[in-house]
Design a protein around this ligand. Structure first.
Ligand code: COI
Length: 373
């Protein structure tokens, strides 16, 4: 978007450590029961970009509020993107992140779609490493807990014209995280949204931008009003093909361990978010001897194959909640129950395998773990 030579190789982080970090006993309390997205560590990373200077002014600094002019572009036109990945305490000691390079690549694909500048992948990863190293005491050690890393970037130019901004801020936050869903790994009920769509061809569906999530809230509210935990998005043209659940990708399990297992997930058509967990599960599924298919799945097929017994399980996956079984499907025209609302064995096996890799309990055969501490 600019022809300014990228001076990123000259980016050096200035370190400004907090002189009032959270006291150790209070931190231990917070880390023991963090919930999701409510507790933040002592520091954050900030790096500025301008059309004149490229990436510059990289800092590790105390976590704290930003001061923004009311005419800051992002507050008006939502030119902003984000990512999410996790740092895991390793059973053998140390801390590792899971596939941060994959998130860095997706961040840049989102940046390209929203007309933001690209951030070199090594800076993205280095920024997260620096934050985690400085705030390592905040990495939870409890089972199912982790340190959620939230990199994001937004337009900071003070300007109300509609065009790509000429100034941006990249920030990384870290947040100790427990279960994403308050009820843990219990199956969720989902509402098939026929009134709203998440994404249409040519839109921003495959980008991780704030606007996608803002536009989803009313549908999520409708799901809740109909007694469901989550919304399931259907395709924009016909409202028949299953796309995603809330902000997560979906998988369908055909068959069983006794017969043959096939994992089916909606193919990436440009309207779905290409999840890192989705991609990892496709690889793990193959290695576990399952067939895997990326193809369209319609609601009719879901209902029919469940009825015939061919489709045995359904689950959603994402960084925040890992794998969440789907137990019940409702829509304006009726509903159906998956597996009597119980989690399926293949779902739970995949979940266990992924968590075992992330916590270093089984060999990391794909080089997915990145050592930080
Ligand atoms: C994830 O599944 O990791 C998500 O993207 C959810 C996040 C927006 C909280």
């Amino acid at each position: 978007m600019t022809t300014t030579p990228n001076p990123v190789r000259n980016v050096r982080f200035e370190i400004h450590r907090s002189d009032s970090p959270v006291p150790a006993d209070r931190r231990a309390q917070l880390v023991a029961d963090p919930g999701f997205g409510q507790v933040f560590t002592d520091h954050m990373i900030t790096i500025r970009w301008s059309a004149e200077q490229g990436w510059h002014d990289a800092q590790l600094r105390p976590y704290g509020p930003l001061q923004l002019d009311p005419a800051t572009a992002v507050l008006h036109y939502s030119q902003s993107i984000f990512e999410g990945f996790k740092a895991y305490h390793q059973d053998s000691g140390g801390v590792k992140t899971f596939r941060p390079d994959a998130n860095a690549r997706r961040f840049n694909r989102s940046a390209a779609r929203l007309a933001l500048p690209a951030l070199p992948e090594e800076i993205f990863v280095e920024a997260a490493d620096l934050l985690i190293q400085n705030d390592r005491e905040w990495v939870p050690t409890a089972e199912e807990h982790s340190l959620y890393i939230r990199p994001f970037m937004f337009a900071t130019e003070v300007f109300l014209g509609v065009r790509p901004a000429r100034e941006y801020l990249f920030i990384v936050l870290a947040s100790p995280a427990g279960a994403y869903f308050a009820k843990g790994v219990k199956p969720v009920s989902v509402w098939l949204s026929e009134d709203y769509v998440r994404a249409a061809p040519g839109g921003t569906g495959e980008a991780k931008c704030g606007g996608n999530y803002a536009a989803s809230l009313v549908a999520q509210q409708q799901a809740a009003d109909n007694g469901c935990d989550q919304v399931v998005w259907l395709d924009a043209a016909e409202h028949r093909q299953v796309e995603e659940m809330g902000g997560m990708n979906l998988f369908f399990v055909y068959g069983s361990e006794e017969r043959e297992v096939t994992l089916v997930t909606p193919e990436l058509t440009g309207t779905l978010l290409p999840g890192v967990t989705r991609d990892s599960l496709l690889t793990l599924g193959r290695e576990m001897g399952y067939k895997v298919e990326e193809r369209r799945v319609s609601v009719d097929e879901w209902r029919r194959d469940l009825g015939s017994g061919n489709l045995t399980e359904a689950f959603a996956c994402g960084t925040a909640a890992v794998i969440t079984p789907v137990g019940e499907v409702k829509s304006a025209t009726g509903g159906f129950v998956v597996r009597d609302g119980q989690p399926g064995p293949i779902t739970m096996k995949l979940r266990r395998m992924l968590l075992d890799i992330q916590h270093g309990r089984v060999p990391d055969q794909h080089g997915w773990l990145h050592a930080v501490v």
